[in-house]
Design a protein around this ligand. Structure first.
Ligand SMILES: *Cc1c(COP(=O)(O)O)cnc(C)c1O
Length: 380
């Protein structure tokens, strides 16, 4: 039995009629830009989360960058994040001109250790970017309390945690800004690129909207019908062109309707893995008290990681190495001179992690096939 890591075509075929209709609606309207789909999706997405403002942008990377820029972060500032994540968390910080400061993670949740965060704060620290790794929220209550005591903004990288909860509260309305990605492989995947910044702060939402749309109010771009008299330019800030497009928004509006079912499938698959692995030589991932995990990734750890991956591949099972090696060991950050041993917990996780297939394109029989292959003895 083959177990693919992703299968976008299969998920498309299951919703083909509704998606084709949404795409045709946009094409037939002739409004590929500044139309009604983006604002409609923003409202529907914010409502699904239970947040007040959703500003859509061009990607998860753009969401992180736009959030930091809207907070006024740049040259001379420090932003604290973790090394065991997607490069976007660190690169967004450096693209603003600020310095990235990494701190290590907790070995069980694999998310930012709040004590290490507190110890890394300096007079230059302007923001902290906890990452909800693999769909497990960071320890946000403690991180928010420490940050706000020091006047530090919390920009949460929730790009792989859509649908995760903390004490029954959905991730997305807890931090100063919460950033999501609509890359095709994430929980809510566009057929291209997309992202969103969520906030409860109307002024911050307005700034993020302008920064991601050429530095002027988005409403100025909207075209009316015959006789409409467009306004002149009014650029209030340096801006980017980092917007979600109408076609992606229309597709996401269809796919948002499947998000609850998608999360339910992931949770059932994670429960099946857990039941199969408990008591074996492979520990299932830990979930902290009060956490509703979003299971974007089901990541186990093994000393003989490479042998296990080879053996699974020979059985037709695709695994992933997200996210390894850690960022401080990537060539792009060599100038920071943080070698091996700088973040031992992150390094150990990255050395041993194996991402197993999970997602709505799979069924429980395929999860069992992975568990069977995993529990067979492996030779190097
Ligand atoms: C995918 C991802 C991002 C970036 O999102 P893009 O839409 O690919 O730009 C940022 N952070 C994490 C943790 C991610 O997994």
């Amino acid at each position: 039995m083959s177990v693919p890591f992703y299968d976008h075509a299969k998920l498309y075929m299951a919703r083909k009629d509704a998606i084709d209709a949404a795409i045709q609606r946009v094409l037939a309207s002739g409004r590929l830009d500044w139309g009604d789909e983006v604002p409609a999706f923003e409202g529907e997405f914010a409502a699904w989360i239970g947040a007040t403002h959703a500003v859509t942008v061009g990607s998860g990377t753009a969401a992180l960058k736009v959030a930091l820029l809207a907070l006024g972060i740049g040259r001379g500032d420090e932003v604290i994040t973790v090394p065991n994540t997607d490069v976007a968390s660190s690169s967004a910080i450096r693209f603003t001109g600020a310095d990235v400061v990494w701190v290590d993670v907790h070995p069980l949740t694999r998310t930012m250790d709040p004590d290490s965060f507190a110890a890394a704060i300096t007079p230059r620290t302007r923001a902290v970017m906890p990452v909800d790794l693999f769909g497990h929220p960071a320890d946000l209550d403690r991180i928010l309390a420490i940050a706000h005591r020091h006047g530090i903004a919390v920009v949460e990288d929730a790009c792989i945690a859509l649908g995760a909860t903390l004490d029954e509260r959905k991730i997305g309305a807890l931090s100063d800004v919460t950033c999501f990605s609509f890359a095709p492989t994430k929980h809510l995947g566009a057929y291209g690129s997309g992202g969103a910044c969520l906030t409860e702060d109307a002024e911050l939402a307005e700034r993020m909207s302008k920064i991601s749309g050429y530095g002027q109010q988005r409403s100025r771009h909207r075209m009316g019908g015959p006789g409409f008299l467009p306004q002149g330019l009014h650029h209030e800030t340096d801006g980017l062109n980092e917007r979600l497009d109408e076609l992606q928004a229309a597709v996401l509006r269809v796919k948002l309707k499947d998000l609850d079912a998608n999360l339910t499938a992931r949770r059932a698959q994670a429960a099946r893995y857990e039941a199969r692995l408990r008591g074996s030589r492979i520990n299932p991932p830990k979930v902290a008290e009060g956490v509703g995990h979003a299971w974007r990734n089901y990541v186990i750890e093994a000393d003989d990681r490479d042998a296990v991956r080879r053996s699974l591949a020979a059985s037709g099972i695709t695994t992933s190495l997200s996210y390894a090696p850690p960022m401080h060991l990537q060539p792009v950050y060599a100038d920071l001179n943080l070698g091996r041993g700088s973040f031992p917990v992150s390094e150990r996780i990255c050395d041993r992690l194996i991402g197993l297939p999970i997602g709505p394109h799979l069924d429980l029989e395929q999860i069992d096939a992975v568990a069977d292959a995993l529990l067979r003895p492996h030779d190097g």
